[in-house]
Ligand binder design. Structure first.
Ligand code: GLN
Length: 533
């Protein structure tokens, strides 16, 4: 039978509940337990796919094509597993299911209500997630802050669920912030006490507190929190800010968090195997080299918008004992070749990640031109490949003003165009080409060298594609299509063989990179950038 850990947050948002869930997951996995993690997001969108990255950061894509919260990326990276649609539940998706059932008459004349119907559907999602992978432990993270109106149905569902599955089969962890007052040198516990009071008022007594804090927690604060919040002293866990998120599991482990969790769930505290993870942290903390990568995008004010790209760059760095510095560049600001040169003269590699819409496209094209002409390692991801094709068509193949029909419907040379299968789609939610598809790799290419495999699988999220009408002319001018769909009809990877590393792909390799197993394309790119140095 699966046991459940519920993680809620209080006092403020953005406390890193996702990293906590992922870290605890890692610690349990290191003891041989099978773990799955599920995120509950209280917003009404059916999934985050329709939200701007400015609202919600990156949209993470699973193998099955689910467009999910970015925390699923952390979960996959920390527990080294593949998750799916059932691992991300939103209020919107819950209401949608309930309303669809109501329309079909499945409630047999009942008045459909928050309790028991909405809460029932939430509980059913917990059970579905547990059924899917049969984990020993399912960690469920509830987005938002305790007290939010939107989150109430989830909290109520958890309260019911906990009493239904009985004692020792679940636990509640509440994550809060301890503000530090520098003038008096004090850490304040009162907001956390209030937050726990709110949680209790909904019928949930947490068994454990995790406190985000800038300075270490003293004995005094620990005792106060234990006393006022009715948790065991050993279950008052400190989580201070760390240099790298990957260190969080080890920091928590030192405080005995896993032992306490397993004790509460009445599971055996097996000997952990954290050697790999410790070696990883050691190499992260003692880099021998470094490289600077320009990340040229549209949502650069919010680093979370590219979180999987950033993590993938770091992973490839870890493998090389190299620290990767990121130079964030808003492509909008690059309006001339000169400017591109000025901004990029000190970087060792350039990456153009995915994106939507015309803003900043011309700047991206200038950056790619600079990379191509100056043999600066380049990695293009999705939109970054489409832009590489446009740049090559314009400046190498002489197709003047070539473009994607996403940016100019009437362009003469539609080198990137809407996919055939997309042409009759009207709606916006979950309608892109999504999820994992196979890709055939051409031998004797950079892509082949990186993957060392003829057939790979990668995750997609796009509507537009390389237009095969221009295949012959672009190939004749020197572009290599090094990856295609198995039927050869979709160009999935392009590269320029003269350059040390100029590879761009239609898919999103960043969703498959793991700290201990960096993605081959990121590795190839970072190797080239380090050589460049
Ligand atoms: N906007 C482009 C498309 O829809 C690229 C998408 C992306 O980069 N994820 O095809």
């Amino acid at each position: 039978m699966t046991k459940y850990i519920f993680i809620t947050g209080g006092v403020v948002s953005s406390l890193g509940k996702g990293i906590l869930a992922a870290s605890l997951g890692r610690l349990l996995v290191s003891r041989g337990y099978k773990v799955s993690i599920q995120k509950f997001d209280p917003y009404i969108n059916v999934d985050p796919g329709t939200m701007s990255p400015f609202q919600h950061g990156e949209v993470f894509v699973c193998n099955d094509g689910a467009e999910t919260d970015l925390d699923l990326g952390h979960y996959e990276r920390f527990i080294n597993t593949n998750l799916s649609q059932i691992n991300n539940v939103t209020s919107g998706s819950v209401y949608q299911t309930v309303i669809n059932k109501e329309r079909k008459g499945e409630y047999l004349g009942a008045t459909v209500q928050m309790i028991p119907h909405i809460t029932g559907e939430i509980k059913s999602r917990l059970i579905q997630a547990a059924k899917k992978d049969s984990p020993d432990i399912l960690i469920a993270e509830i987005g938002g802050t305790i007290g939010d109106i939107e989150g109430l149905p989830f909290i109520e569902a958890i309260r019911q669920f906990r009493s239904e599955i009985g004692r020792n089969n679940s636990m509640s962890i509440h994550v809060t912030l301890l503000p530090y007052l520098p003038t008096s040198g004090e850490l304040k516990t009162k907001p956390s006490q209030h937050s726990v009071n709110v949680l209790r008022s909904y019928g949930i007594q947490p068994e454990m507190l995790v406190l985000r804090t800038q300075v270490p927690l003293g004995k005094n604060e620990r005792e106060k929190l234990a006393l006022f919040c009715s948790v065991d002293k050993n279950c008052v866990i400190e989580c201070k800010d760390m240099d790298t998120i990957y260190e969080v599991p080890l920091y928590l482990e030192k405080q005995g968090i896993t032992k306490e969790v397993l004790d509460i769930l009445q599971l055996e505290n097996k000997e952990p195997n954290l050697k790999d993870w410790e070696e990883l942290i050691d190499s992260i903390k003692h880099p021998k080299r470094e490289a600077t990568i320009a990340l040229v995008g549209k949502y650069t004010e919010l680093n979370d918008a590219y979180i999987s790209v950033v993590e993938s760059l770091k992973h490839a760095g870890f493998k090389n004992s190299a620290k990767i510095n990121i130079k964030w560049i808003a492509s909008e600001n690059i309006t001339s070749d000169k400017e591109a040169e000025k901004i990029l003269s000190d970087v060792d590699g350039i990456i153009v990640p995915g994106g939507f819409g015309i803003r900043g496209i011309e700047g991206k094209l200038k950056v790619i031109k600079y990379a191509r002409e100056n043999n600066i390692p380049y990695l293009g991801l999705c939109l970054g490949m489409q832009c590489a094709v446009i740049e090559f068509a314009r400046n190498v193949a002489g197709l003047k003003d070539a473009n994607s029909t996403e940016f100019d419907k009437n362009t003469e040379y539609k080198v990137v165009d809407l996919m055939e299968e997309q042409k009759n789609i009207a709606g916006y939610g979950a309608t892109m080409r999504l999820g994992s598809y196979p890709c055939k790799i051409l031998p004797n290419t950079k892509a082949y060298k990186a993957y060392n495999n003829e057939l790979i699988n990668e995750r997609h999220r796009h509507r537009f594609e390389f237009n095969n009408e221009y295949k012959d002319i672009l190939i004749e001018k020197g572009l290599v299509i090094s990856g295609t769909s198995p039927d050869g009809l979709l160009a999935e990877i392009v590269e320029i063989p003269e350059n040390d590393w100029f590879v761009a792909c239609q898919f999103h390799p960043e969703f498959k990179s793991r700290p201990q197993n960096p993605h081959p394309l990121f590795l190839g790119f970072i190797n080239a950038a380090l050589n460049q140095k």
